[in-house]
Design a binder for this molecule. Sequence first.
Ligand code: TLP
Length: 345
Amino acid sequence: MSKIVDLRSDTVTRPVPAMRTAIAEAEVGDDVFGDDPTVILLEKRIAELFATETALFVPSGTMGNQVALASLTQPGDEIILDRQCHIFNYEVAAAPALSGLQFNPLDGDGGVITTDDIVPHIRQRDIHAPVTRIIAIENTHNRAGGRVFPLDEMKRIRALADERDLVVHLDGARLANAVVASGIPFKEYAACADTVSMCFSKGLGAPVGSVVAGVNATIDKARRKRKQFGGGMRQAGILAAAALYALDHHIDRLADDHANAKRLGAAIDAIDGLDLVYPVETNIVIFRVDDGYDTVGNLLARLEANGVLAVPFGSDRVRMVAHLDVDAGDIARAADVLAGLGPAN
Ligand code: TLP
């Protein structure tokens, strides 16, 4: 049987041989003691790229988000965020469980919450009410099909936060995709937030690792939170080396993933009974499966039987993600398989 086309996520990428060489050759030390030269280099490199005071290497995107939220808030504070965002849906309720935050989820439009949406939800100071403290935004937005959160709207949110004494966290797990798709530099996005997280283990193709960046005072707290949450790492330079390799070699090529995702999206949309839910802007394709066509579970099983893997994204939706380990040929094959399957009987 030919190669499996694994479109479940861009997290499935495996380190390329040159990345493995960088891993093998990395200089390391004990990072909890602050001794790992490769981690230090990576954190400096990110601080330069994002134009933040400093940055912190963390094991995962979830931990990057959670140490940022924990560092910016007090238990009992409220966080305003889009109802479809990762922090609300896919982090096992970590923000309330670990930091005592109360969610105030808003119905954004395709993952985008605007200042008009947010303003009515900022609470007045009142002895009964939680303190609205933080706004979280996600760029690119996973459940909105990899949509790029518009910079202008991010700037308006930043201005509102300044005016109302709030802070902003940017879940930039796929910020590199936003940068490549929009041509807007990392630092312009980062300037809109107090803390920014980004993952190396998604489209950038590293095996493990994320980063969170911001001012020294916040990231010092985040470093303590990382330790408290069990994320202090020792000879983490082997992972930081992979991240540095990814920064050097795997950012520009995200454009190929975006082109592949667009081709796949167009092919899917051409099938009667399958509809793209969002226009494809980056590497994520989300489509709806009509009732009369198939169930999501059965369609995924039929795809798998034909060597194509995808994931359910809601009861009537499927997500496919283009990445480093699938080329244009694999994408064409996935599109052909899907077109060939037709409706279930
Ligand atoms: N997303 C994963 C799943 O958890 C859904 C995926 O396959 O897309 N923020 C965003 C926007 C993410 O998409 C993810 C991972 C994270 C944070 C968390 O990253 P990890 O998995 O490293 O904790």
